[in-house]
Design a protein around this ligand. Structure first.
Ligand SMILES: [Zn+2]
Length: 92
């Protein structure tokens, strides 16, 4: 069984979704909608794969910069707004 590579962007996007989602009380909190938001965001931003812990540290430092952080936050907000406007399931 091959392990890795790890997509550092996935961690950062999940963390950002957890932080930002509470700002949208109209957002459905079911697992499907959370996963939709994460997938939409990751497809837009693209992956950041690493194969070693040293590579991961370097990638995290790069992605902590001002512009990458802005890009991540904007992409998460866009994805949340898409899912709010059109959830991929019928509301109960
Ligand atoms: Zn939902």
């Amino acid at each position: 069984m091959v392990e890795g590579p790890r997509n550092v962007m996935e961690d950062l996007v999940k963390k950002a979704v957890n932080e930002i989602a509470p700002e949208y009380p109209e957002l459905c909190i079911c697992n499907r909608c959370q996963v939709d938001i994460i997938a939409l965001t990751l497809n837009k931003l693209g992956p950041k794969y690493v194969v070693s812990s040293q590579g991961e540290i370097q990638a995290r430092v790069e992605l902590a910069g001002r512009q990458p952080q802005i890009d991540i936050l904007l992409a998460v907000r866009d994805a949340i707004e898409q899912v709010v406007a059109r959830p991929h399931h019928h509301r109960l």
